[in-house]
Design a protein around this ligand. Structure first.
Ligand SMILES: O=C(O)C1=C[C@@H](OP(=O)(O)O)[C@@H](O)[C@H](O)C1
Ligand SMILES: C=C(OP(=O)(O)O)C(=O)O
Length: 426
């Protein structure tokens, strides 16, 4: 386990950076490339642990994938080109990998065993096992390790009780290799990268309100994909600039898909100095440049309802920002946080309390009372990349900095996070 010491940054953070590729889009680019026919060339692929695990799983299913210079090339042979792996597939820490792959594997006529690390083994898979079983897919368990297979799967109609892009995407991937129409709805809109990727691969589907309908067995052909920078990674540096005195930071090429920009909406509502410029589009995904500056007059907010899925992974870093805002910030409707890489409600509350924050966990979120002066503490990431990065940013404003145990967890989504942080502190 690696321990990292972060020093307090009295001079602020400065510079112009780009963040690595979007994790959600990188996973999908590989999977769509694998089930399409022909070459899919991916630019800006995120080479982090989670996405590399997706790549390795697909290679074990006998998909040829090459890394050349800055591109990743997937030589897809359609669903029928996927072959039984010799070994158990290992997804590491990645919920997106296991849930989306279960959708694909549940339509293949051979048994695959799939598992992950200790965190993955605890995370609920019934949310995909239940709907996918209706297609005719077979599963040995509701938690990893799972043995999965399926023959002649059929389209289903499923009203998902949770707003989860992983559930929606798993069902849509299964739908592509099933006979007939699949209809899937969700209670609130979750990230729509799968839908945009379907359009990019010329798959036709209908979307009416929160219901997507797709006819199975459409043929996909390999495409070129440009992956924008990950707004969930950018969020740590945006927050750092906002809460650290004397800071000014520009981040290029950030994905600005509106199903992901809840973090920007909330920070603006809190009074943060953020501007967005250079708007453009990359294979159906909006991108732009984000400029963030120190914002001394932040106010508390309530974060709930439809906003939650639009910033679900940014709640740990938003909690830190809320410690620097006047008044009480209330986060609710976010019980999904309990089933992420760790229980992010208790992990955030426990670790930030050690630093002097006034933060109370609730059943479906937390309350945070600002403004607090934070101080040095020995904290832990709990093996969760987003908790680790949030605590590193807390170190910038804490008296005496921060000591973070299990800091290597950041490699799950942002392998060079600490190097980038050092660069902008210089
Ligand atoms: O589909 C995706 O790429 C993701 C969806 C979200 O999970 P849920 O869909 O389970 O909320 C998110 O937390 C995760 O980091 C990535
Ligand atoms: C929840 C996350 O990812 P996953 O569900 O893919 O493990 C995340 O990256 O914050």
């Amino acid at each position: 386990m690696t321990t990292r010491k972060i020093t307090n940054s009295s001079q602020g953070i400065h510079g112009t950076i780009s963040v690595p590729g979007d994790k959600s889009i990188s996973h999908r680019a590989l999977m769509f490339g694998a089930i399409a026919h022909g070459e899919t060339v991916i630019h800006g692929f995120l080479k982090s642990e989670d996405c590399i695990n997706t790549m390795k799983c697909l290679q074990q299913l006998h998909v040829k994938i090459e890394e050349k210079d800055d591109v990743v090339i997937v030589y897809g042979k359609g669903f029928e080109g996927l072959e039984k792996p010799e070994r158990t597939l290992y997804v590491g820490n990645s919920g997106t990998t296991i849930r989306l792959l279960l959708g694909i594997l549940g339509t293949l006529p051979f048994e695959t065993v799939i598992t992950g690390d200790d965190s993955i083994k605890k995370r609920p898979m019934d949310r995909v096992v239940k709907p996918l079983s209706k297609t005719g897919a077979l599963f040995s368990a509701n938690k990893a390790p799972i043995v999965v297979s399926g023959t002649n799967t059929k389209g289903i109609t499923y009203d998902s009780p949770i707003a989860s892009a992983q559930v929606k995407s798993s069902i849509l991937l299964a739908a592509l290799n099933s006979v007939g129409t699949t209809n899937v709805s969700e209670p609130k809109p979750s990230r729509d990268h799968t839908e945009r990727m379907l359009s990019h691969f010329n798959v036709s589907y209908q979307k009416k309100e929160n219901m997507i309908s797709l006819i199975g067995k459409q043929k996909l052909t390999g495409r070129e994909i440009n992956v924008p920078g990950d707004i969930s990674s950018a969020a740590f540096f945006i927050a750092a600039a906002i809460i650290t005195p004397n800071s000014s930071l520009e981040i290029h090429n950030v994905g600005l898909n509106e199903t992901r920009t809840g973090i920007i909406d909330i920070l603006l509502k809190m009074g943060a100095n953020i501007t967005i410029s250079n708007h453009s589009k990359m294979n159906g995904e909006e991108v732009g440049t984000i400029h963030a500056e120190y914002s001394p007059n932040l106010n508390s907010v309530e974060i709930c309802g439809e906003t939650i899925p639009r910033l679900i992974d940014e709640i740990p870093i938003l909690a830190l920002v809320a410690t620097q805002a006047n008044g009480m910030t209330v986060i609710k409707d976010a019980s999904e946080l309990k089933v992420k890489e760790t229980n992010r409600i208790t992990a955030v509350a426990d670790e930030l309390t050690k630093c002097g924050a006034k933060i109370e966990p609730t059943n479906d979120g937390m309350t945070i009372v600002g403004k607090s002066t934070l101080q040095h503490a020995n904290v832990t990431s709990h093996g969760d990349h987003r908790i680790g990065m949030m605590l590193a940013i807390a170190g910038l404003i804490a008296d005496g900095g921060m000591t973070i145990e299990d800091a290597e967890a950041v490699s799950v989504s942002y392998p060079h996070f600490f190097e980038e942080l050092n660069n902008i502190m210089a």
